[in-house]
Structures are given as structure tokens and as C-alpha cells.
Design a protein around this ligand. Sequence first.
Ligand SMILES: Cc1cc2nc3c(=O)[nH]c(=O)nc-3n(C[C@H](O)[C@H](O)[C@H](O)COP(=O)(O)OP(=O)(O)OC[C@H]3O[C@@H](n4cnc5c(N)ncnc54)[C@H](O)[C@@H]3O)c2cc1C
Ligand code: FES
Length: 281
Amino acid sequence: MIEIGHDCTCEGNPLVPQVCKVIEITTETSDVSSFKVQTLDGGLPFEFVPGQLGMFGIAPHGECMFCVSMGGPDWLEFTVKRVGTVTKRIHQLHVGQQVIVRGPYGNHWPTEQCKGRDMLFIAGGIGLPPVRTFLLHCLANRADYGRIDLVYSASTKHDLVFKEQLFELWPNEPNTHVHISVYKDCDGNTCTISFTAPFLEDLGLDVSNTTAVLCGGPSLYRTCSKALANMGIADENILTTLEMRMKCGIGKCGRCNVGEKYICLDGPVFTQAEVNAMLKD
Ligand SMILES: Cc1cc2nc3c(=O)[nH]c(=O)nc-3n(C[C@H](O)[C@H](O)[C@H](O)COP(=O)(O)OP(=O)(O)OC[C@H]3O[C@@H](n4cnc5c(N)ncnc54)[C@H](O)[C@@H]3O)c2cc1C
Ligand code: FES
């Protein structure tokens, strides 16, 4: 059974914004781009562990919470979908421009507790960036984990993010299986048209040794968590990362609570068993 540590691993003061600069921008889709940022003197904005969050924005327009989607020795990457006021501004950034970054916030994926287990990553659309750091951790420490499956879906093939990793890099990793589907507009070579949940049962998983990591919209979350339960994967072995509207990131503004839990402090990573208990409260 997996128990997620709900400890904050951050050192220093994650409330203090740092002025950083954009060093690289990757266009993922028509409304999603990834932004690599580093401090003005070329350093890492903050240390993070897979699953943690950061505030990223532009003064004076505002800031938003994002999962760190990747990290290097001296940079962090956020993958941002353009949905409203601040994310529209972020999408207008150019390399070299200054931004504000603060963090890390929240708990993290239980990478240690999952050692020795088969890993099933399930993501929809913009749900892939939050699970990518966990997947990358498993691939970087390949001997520590069993079979790895990624089941990723988006509305159309144009809405798939991280295409190079999806189609070229990850399928060539040992004992790693990448399954991609879209709901419409498929070119027949790169993906199939399918809903995700029915597909899971055909993967032939050893359910007693599988941990599922799930991140997507409400419909994907609902149908897949039900399918995983039907397959016999225990609620303690289904992990998810929750999103609520956030402001402070430190449990003070009261924007992100579900019952007595604050997503910014107690999450964003929870087991399905914890989510069920929160919804009952
Ligand atoms: C824990 C966490 C992790 C996140 N990780 C990512 C990520 O990796 N990549 C990414 O692109 N986005 C992520 N988000 C969502 C991101 O924070 C919002 O899209 C962003 O704050 C929107 O700001 P805006 O000013 O552009 O939108 P606004 O102008 O404030 O709103 C535009 C529309 O988006 C809706 N909206 C705004 N925020 C949210 C939210 N948090 N959840 C659902 N709907 C929202 C509003 O209701 C409105 O309909 C995450 C959010 C949280 C809380
Ligand atoms: S974001 Fe303020 S309490 Fe969670």
C-alpha cells in the first residue's frame, strides 16, 4: 500500500518571488507552450521533487500555479495552456524576457514507495505535464521500476503535447509502452481513435503489482478511476494530482480547500483512497 508523505520538502522561503528570465520556449500545440526559466545569474530558481508546484507569472499582470513539468541543473520548465488573462500574457513572452517565479509548493509523487512496482501513467491533454516528472524519474532510474505504460489521450493529434518524447524517445526505452489515442482527427499512423477507460483493460497488466498515476479532466478521471477499480487496482495504488484555483500556495487564502484538506498544503498528490475520504467529509 502506498502512503504519500504530506510533508513540504522546500527549504528557504517559497513565498518570496524571484526575478527570472525565459531561456527557451517550445510550442507544444496551438494553445500550449513550455517555458524554461532560470535566475538572472543563470541558476536554478528553486529545488523541486517530481510532482511539486511553482508560481510563474509576469509583473504586474499576475501569476498562476503550475506543476513543474521538467527540471535541469540550472533551469525549470513550466508547460502552460492558454486559458485566460495571465496565461495569455505568458504566451506572449519571448526568450530573454523577465518573469517572476516562486516555489516549490505542495507534496510530491511517492517515487520511493513505488520502487519495484509496474507503473501505469494515464493522462489527458494538459494532464501530461504534471505526471511527466514522475515518468522521467522512473526512466532515469529504470532498474528501480517494472513495466511502464503511458496511456495518453487528447481531443485531436494536434493537441498532443511533448510529441518528440511520445513518438520517438519514450517508446524506445526498455520495457516501456506508449499508447496514444485521440477522440477525433487521427492520421492513422500515430494514434488510434478511442476512449481511454475501455482501453486500460486490454493492456494485460499485473494489477496486483501496478500503481496507476492519473491526471486529466473530470471525464477522464471519473471513467478511468472506475475502470481501474473494476480491474482490481486498489484505491491506495491509484495516485492523482488535484487542481483547484490557488492564490497563496501556502494554506492562508482559503481558496483551495476540499473539506478540511488544502490542496496547496496537503496535496496536490493524493491516493484515490484519500480523495474518496475527502469527498465523504
Ligand atoms: C495545482 C495546480 C497545478 C496546475 N498545473 C498546471 C499546468 O501544469 N499547466 C497548465 O497549463 N495549467 C496548470 N494549472 C492551471 C493554471 O493554474 C490555470 O490555468 C491558470 O491559473 C489560469 O490563469 P488565467 O489568468 O490565464 O485564467 P483566468 O483568466 O483566471 O481564467 C480563465 C478560465 O480558466 C479557468 N481556470 C482558471 N484557473 C483554473 C484552475 N486552476 N482550474 C480550472 N480552471 C481554471 C477559469 O474558471 C476561467 O474559465 C494548474 C493549477 C493548479 C491549481
Ligand atoms: S492556495 Fe491559498 S489556501 Fe491553498
